[in-house]
Design a protein around this ligand. Structure first.
Ligand code: UT7
Length: 316
């Protein structure tokens, strides 16, 4: 099967910044607890009037610009999100209209919570293999501040908003991203009820259980991807982890002896923006020049569902 590589990236962060001290005015918490337990200092939340559409359009335009390809070449558009502006039309359909993407291509949203971007990359790889147009637009975007339970200090401190986008290209001579994806089908540990159900549609989470799941799921995904690709830790140029808690990342890099110059944390600035977390990291790294032409990046995510995913993502 054809493989995909990233040819352009972009990201967008909402304008409103919420500090730990701001949150200490709402719930019983403090900067010291949040920083030491999570690594988060601030998060970006959408201000009044800002939308997922604004974020996806900004991120996608930057990704298209950085790839140098025109919208006519795009063969599919997937937005990974659990917080679209509207359930129908999907965020991807709205984006298609805003960008003027071709009409005869699939545009849809995908929900795999924080693992959404990895699920979307794998889905895109399969779609483009069968498409005449060989470029795809993959986006992760969230407006989690809309569904935060502001009386729950265990969750309201964690989540942020934002979007990240990648333009990918498919070619028969390229390796597959070797995605490893899965889920447990758990309905309690991390939950956001649907609209108009008996429950309020807000995030609830048993944080310690997610933490325990994550510290097993991340190494599992890494080992699986390395086995599938026949690579070793040293062969990987950069590691991108879902930004859920700095302590999870610290545990993993210590376990695999990954040097500091080969991974990156932006959780202090953005908190956990779920499906936007991984593409925001990739977008920042690309902009800083830490990844680019030829880089081989091991990407790992986990989240509600409980879902997990890993892939070896290369830059063209
Ligand atoms: O994207 C994927 C989804 N999310 C995650 O991956 C999250 C993974 N989990 C975590 O990051 C951590 O479990 C949390 C940061 C959510 C919580 O940290 P923890 O070390 O697991 O704390 P805990 O839930 O065991 O709570 C310890 C104490 C409790 O007090 P008591 O019962 O010991 O008196 C909590 O009530 O800390 C208290 N606590 C807080 N205190 C101050 C919980 N949240 C706060 C807070 N400020 N914001």
């Amino acid at each position: 099967m054809n493989g995909i590589k990233i040819v352009g990236t972009g990201y967008a962060a909402p304008s409103k910044i919420v500090t730990n001290d701001d949150l200490a005015k709402i719930v019983e918490t403090n900067d010291e607890w949040i920083t030491s337990r999570t690594g988060i200092s601030r998060r970006h939340h959408m201000a009044q009037g800002e939308t997922i559409t604004d974020m996806t359009v900004q991120a996608a335009r930057k990704a298209l610009e950085s790839s140098g390809i025109s919208v006519d070449s795009i063969g599919a558009c997937i937005v990974a999100t659990l917080t679209p502006d509207t359930l129908v039309p999907s965020a991807a359909c709205v984006l298609q209209r805003e960008l003027g993407l071709p009409m005869d291509i699939p545009c849809f949203d995908l929900n795999a919570a924080c693992t959404g971007f990895l699920y979307a990359l794998h889905t895109m790889e399969c779609l483009l293999a069968a498409s005449e147009r060989k470029f795809g637009l993959v986006i992760g975007a969230e407006n989690l501040s809309r569904i935060i339970n502001w009386s729950d200090r265990g969750t309201c401190i964690l989540f942020g908003d934002g979007a990240g986008a990648a333009v990918v290209e498919s070619r028969p001579e390229w390796n597959s991203i070797s995605a490893v994806l899965g889920c447990h089908g758990d309905a309690q540990i991390l939950r956001v009820p649907g609209v108009e159900t008996a429950e309020r549609s807000l995030i609830s989470m048993e944080g310690t259980k997610v933490f325990k799941f994550a510290v097993e799921a991340v190494p599992y995904c890494m080992d699986q991807v390395l086995a599938k690709t026949g690579m070793t830790i040293d062969d990987v140029d950069f590691f991108v982890f879902h930004q859920a808690n700095a302590r999870i990342i610290d545990l993993v890099v210590r376990k695999y002896h990954i040097p500091q110059e080969k991974y990156y944390k932006n959780i202090a600035e953005y908190g956990n923006p779920s499906a936007a977390s991984i593409p925001l990291v990739i977008g920042e790294l690309h902009e800083m020049g830490k990844v680019g032409h030829g880089s081989r990046v091991l990407v790992v995510g986990f989240g509600g569902g409980l879902t997990w995913g890993g892939a070896l993502v290369e830059f063209a």
